[in-house]
Design a protein around this ligand. Structure first.
Ligand code: ADP
Length: 167
């Protein structure tokens, strides 16, 4: 059984991520999405919220699992019996960073290989950070994220606004 992991912050998950997930899930037997809990990085959504949105947007894919993880990616791969890491490539600017990690991970665990899926042109400009920025300025994000995620973004901003008004 070929298992792959697809790690990321997914803060929030976008149509670009979903495209990679759908395509990767057709190549492997099982795809485990690892939602990174990173205590040093301040995320808009908690790891629980990010797992929830990923479960919702992948519920049509029977061989996809979603779970959170922290610590080393190579350990997460091993714990899931995965020998493949999936990453998406949008532009040359992604490449240097991704190459460095692919090589570092492989030197830590030689049985681990990273495969890159090149983004569909229609999604290549989409990033989670752009979605967060657009949401803060109350712009429409429906071209970037599915309706379920868009609603979570709107709820989050409403909550933040209410908190700011109190202070
Ligand atoms: P990280 O925080 O590690 O950068 P992200 O959550 O931003 O992770 O992204 C996870 C993975 O999805 C990365 O491999 C990234 O290159 C890829 N990715 C992000 N946005 C897109 C997109 N629009 N199209 C294709 N791949 C994407």
């Amino acid at each position: 059984m070929k298992t792959a992991i697809y790690p990321g912050s997914f803060d929030p998950v976008t149509y670009g991520h979903i495209d990679i997930i759908e395509r990767a899930s057709q190549i492997v037997d099982k795809l485990v999405i690892g939602v990174l809990f990173n205590s040093s990085k301040t995320a808009l959504f908690s790891v629980e919220e990010r797992v929830k949105m990923l479960k919702e947007v992948t519920k049509h894919l029977p061989n996809v699992e979603v779970t959170d993880f922290s610590g080393m990616l190579v350990d997460f791969a091993e714990a899931n019996d995965a020998r493949i890491i999936v990453r998406g490539l949008r532009a040359v600017s992604d490449f240097e960073y991704e190459k460095q990690w692919a090589q570092a991970n492989r030197s830590l665990k030689p049985q681990l290989d990273t495969i890159f899926l090149v983004t569909n042109a229609q999604y290549s400009y989409i990033s989670s950070s752009a979605v967060r920025e657009l949401t803060r300025f109350k712009c429409d994000t429906s071209l970037f994220v599915p309706p379920f995620v868009e609603q979570m973004l709107l709820d989050k901003i409403k909550m933040e606004d209410a908190k700011n008004e109190q202070n």
